[in-house]
Write a new protein. Structure first.
Lengths: 449, 446
């Protein structure tokens, strides 16, 4: 990497890196280190993800679990545990203090009320009415702390006809309700049935993206509410329904139906709204091709040596390529060409084209379709600190994705990845309530913590 | 009680303040990753000024599903750009850069998503702007960040590249098939969302200290952040993460099943009470005794998961999604049919909550769109107005914010610093525009 030719803006790159390289993050201040968050979320990765984002920016997050621990800890791929911990939870316990508290017991709720007096934000994911019935809903807690921001993430939200439904909030259900799963996936080949092609069905995202979206939207809402609280001194209640949060990521499909009555359908690895924009097969895998401006599509044709044969010089607009039949026709031609090269060859051809091609610096985006194994070994991402292992006092060296926000003043950081259930009871109860070892022993014996 | 907090939320939201009132955002963004972030701030009440290079502006104005445009405008562009003011400013020109400085001096946040180094070449990079406004929060978003091999190779990027390079698509498909590009522009739109977490955290820090800062954001890295178990799994087991179709490998049972009418239903019932409910709904209480399915960690094991999912699939094949949803509600597990665009737009619950909201725009008329999906009891975010032609609000911004005179504005037009739309689809006003609707400053001028 030292030998590569650097761009004319290398000075800028160096200036930024000197200030935001994750390797120096620990020397910098933190944006949210004046904020205390109570995360009561239960059976919800959305809640955990939300509080992780705040904890990455330095908020003091008290993760409050029932004495037996949160069920979400058992949600781990193939049942895999590492040092007793589920792998999803292992990534989203980051930077949080883990305490136990039985909210089903009145004594537990009294302790919670004490913590609320010192908190800025409370995150909860219980079914509608549970917190109210326990006497710790927003209307009750705001009497204790009018500055409290009370954030609820659920399947259906805090109001509306379905809010009283009992349905728990799971990622795959929210993906189904968002509208995205329906029109993502491969098309059933002509004349084939689902029995013959069980993969040609509506397909969800592998990762928990609906939960991630709702947790992130809630983090944004919480930060906006904090800003408003700076001005007015007032807290408030926030409500996110997971399916809505993920649905907001959509673009054209709702308006297309609203105006034209058109229901968007699956289009495999092509894109209903963009050309050239698809995954294409190569000799040894696949690449993403992105040439969604006319000049980029022309550059692709040129790069593949098809400038004359395809008549690229005469193309004046992308409009003719946008129609469904045209996309299918052209995709077949494009794939025939991409199959002649390896993934690496195509990527290099695009980078070279940007330097010397007829339309340079315009070029087509060509990116390898990587497996996560390849991604995790990619020198570019390792250099940028995404997979730098965290040295956790309990779990040892653990790789989680981190440092996705790079900032010159208040960079994020991952100090530790996770904690066992109730690991921080001693420290946190001493700090916030003044309970020493003998009182904690008593509470533990009563099953309150 | 929740009822008290949320009563008549949808009706009352127009009579309540917005949380980011008083925050001004300058945007030099294109495509989806760029513009959605400022729009989200705009929905929460920030004043967003979108600068485009006239006369063609943002490329997204051209994007369309299978050739369909909404009143001559891109439906993608419209959806991700609500609540903005529109300036046509040719940042190649020194006079335009000077206007940008004047705006930057009065702004809190700047967002851009051009290639690294471009803003600096135009003299409006962070290093130049912080001389004018040291407390500015300046966000750059793109595929690979501002430094490192890929960035320095000047590789172009976009949503699909981020899905591909992160490994996200690789794990989102059926095992026998090739990696699947998600229909959702997750890299762009989720990227835009998560970048705002940093912007708002920086705003909080600025309120405490007066200090601004520079933020760089790679949408590809952000996709990796969403993939949770994948990374420690690979590190710990030494094996690559594998795709599993619609099955959730971390939750069991959780999958999508084919019903009697060849439509599909998603089901999840992992917790003990939920799995009990599902067993009862299926009329298979004997599964409670089965050691393979006795607890969640046992069910998640590959061999056991395959078997329980097969049992559920055979049952679901005899039911309609409607029947299964009803049983789910009765027995307290989770199930949903797959919503299509019609279901989302017409859903009574979404409408009653105001999530599927109706916009009443002076230029584009009435249409349905998503509301900001965080309902805030005291400061409800609001999706208020649609997009505008390139440079549509030039006069408003120059006069209202910069206090420029008519002759100064004329000067800026004549040197080409300011500009407006040209007669191209997506750039010009919709057909039938009366020459006045939506204009703030100059609508009564001949």
């Amino acid at each position: 990497m030292m030998t590569r030719k650097r761009p004319d803006w290398a000075g800028w790159a160096d200036w930024v890196r000197e200030r935001d390289d994750p390797r120096i993050a620990h020397t910098r201040p933190e944006a949210l280190d004046d904020i205390t968050v109570l995360d009561l979320s239960y059976k919800s990765f959305a809640g955990c993800y939300c509080s992780s984002l705040l904890a990455e920016f330095g908020a003091e997050v008290l993760r409050i679990e029932p004495p037996e621990g949160d069920f979400i800890r058992t949600c781990t791929p193939y049942g895999t545990l590492y040092k007793g911990e589920g792998l999803n939870y292992l990534t989203e316990g980051r930077n949080k203090f883990h305490i136990t508290l039985d909210l089903k017991k009145p004594e537990g709720r009294e302790i919670l009320k004490g913590l609320v007096g010192e908190a800025d934000v409370l995150i909860e994911t219980y079914r509608l009415g549970v917190m109210d019935d326990w006497g710790i809903g927003y209307e009750q807690l705001k009497g204790i702390n009018p500055r409290l921001i009370f954030a609820s993430i659920t399947a259906h939200g805090q109001f509306g006809p379905m809010s009283k439904h009992k349905m728990p909030d799971y990622d795959n259900i929210a993906q189904a309700r968002s509208g995205f799963q329906y029109d993502t996936g491969e098309r059933l080949p002509d004349g084939k049935s689902y029995d013959e092609c069980p993969w040609a069905v509506p397909t969800k995202s592998g990762p928990w993206i609906a939960w991630v979206a709702s947790g992130t939207f809630m983090a944004v809402g919480i930060l906006a509410a904090l800003h408003w609280r700076e001005i007015t001194g007032e807290g408030q209640a926030l409500d996110v329904a997971t399916a809505e949060a993920y649905a907001r990521i959509d673009d054209y499909a709702p308006l297309w139906y609203d105006q034209e009555g058109h229901i968007n359908e699956r289009f495999g690895n092509l894109d209903t709204a963009l050309w050239l924009y698809c995954f294409a097969p190569t000799k040894d895998g696949a690449v993403f091709l992105g040439g969604l401006r006319l000049e980029m599509w022309q550059a692709f044709a040129d790069m593949m040596g098809k400038w004359d044969e395809w008549g690229a010089a005469n193309w004046t607009t992308l409009a003719p390529f946008m129609k469904e039949e045209e996309q299918l026709k052209w995709a077949a031609l494009v794939f025939e060409e991409t199959r002649k090269y390896t993934t690496e060859e195509l990527v290099s051809m695009s980078i070279e084209y940007a330097k010397h091609g007829r339309l340079a610096p315009i070029t087509c985006v060509v990116a390898p379709v990587s497996s996560p194994e390849e991604t995790m070994k990619d020198a570019n991402w390792l250099d940028r600190g995404i997979f730098t292992p965290v040295f956790d006092p309990v779990y040892g060296e653990v790789v989680v994705a981190q440092a996705q926000h790079k900032m010159t003043e208040t960079p994020i950081r991952t100090r530790w990845v996770c904690r066992p259930v109730g690991y921080d009871n001693e420290h946190i109860y001493l700090k916030y309530t003044g309970f020493g070892p003998s009182k904690l022993k008593e509470l533990r014996e009563q099953g309150i913590i | 009680m929740a009822k008290e907090t949320w009563e008549n939320y949808k009706e009352r939201k127009h009579f309540k303040p917005s949380p980011l009132k008083g925050v001004r955002v300058l945007e030099v963004c294109t495509m989806l990753l760029g513009p959605l972030g400022p729009a989200l701030l705009g929905e929460m009440g920030a004043e967003v000024i979108k600068c485009e290079i006239p006369p063609l502006g943002d490329t997204t104005r051209s994007l369309n599903p299978f050739g369909w445009f909404f009143k001559d405008q891109s439906s993608l562009f419209l959806h991700i750009n609500p609540n903005k003011y529109w300036v046509g400013l040719d940042l190649h020109q020194p006079e335009a850069q000077k206007v940008f400085y004047e705006l930057a001096a009065k702004s809190d946040i700047i967002e851009e998503n051009l290639r690294p180094g471009v803003m600096e070449r135009w003299n409006v990079g962070y290093r130049q702007i912080k001389e004018i406004n040291p407390s500015i929060i300046y966000l750059s978003k793109n595929g690979y960040g501002q430094w490192g091999q890929y960035a320095e190779e000047n590789r172009p990027s976009n949503d699909g590249a981020s899905q591909a390079l992160s490994g996200y698509s690789w794990v989102s498909r059926f095992p026998s098939q090739t990696p699947l590009k998600m229909r959702a522009y997750i890299g762009d739109n989720y990227g835009a969302l998560n970048a705002e977490v940093a912007v708002l955290a920086a705003l909080h820090y600025r309120e405490r200290t007066g200090k601004g800062q520079y933020i760089e954001f790679s949408q590809t890295e952000n996709m990796m952040r969403t993939m949770s178990w994948v990374w420690p799994y690979q590190q710990i087991t030494g094996k690559g993460a594998q795709p599993a179709g619609n099955r959730d490998v971390s939750i069991c049972p959780a999958d999508t099943f084919r019903c009697i009418d060849d439509t599909f239903v998603a089901i999840a019932a992992p917790a003990p009470d939920e799995f009990r409910g599902l067993r009862t709904a299926m009329g298979k209480p004997e599964l409670a005794e089965d050691p393979r399915f006795k607890d969640h960690l046992s069910r998640l094991k590959e061999e056991n998961a395959t078997q329980i999912l097969k049992i559920i699939a055979d049952w679901a094949r005899t039911k309609t999604p409607d029947e299964i949803e009803t049983l789910a509600e009765k027995y307290c597990f989770a199930a949903s049919r797959l919503f299509n665009a019609k279901d989302v737009v017409e859903n009574e619950h979404f409408r009653e909550r105001g999530f599927m909201t109706e916009i009443d725009d002076p230029i584009y008329g009435q249409y349905r769109d998503h509301e900001f999906p965080v309902m805030m009891s005291k400061t409800p975010p609001k999706n208020k107005w649609a997009v505008r032609p390139v440079g549509f609000d030039n006069e408003y911004v120059m006069k209202r914010i910069l206090g420029k005179s008519d002759s100064e504005i004329r000067e800026l037009y004549s040197c080409g610093a300011l500009g407006k739309w040209t007669e191209v689809q997506g750039r010009r006003p919709p057909p039938g525009w009366d020459g006045k609707a939506g204009l703030i400053m100059t609508r009564d001028r001949l």
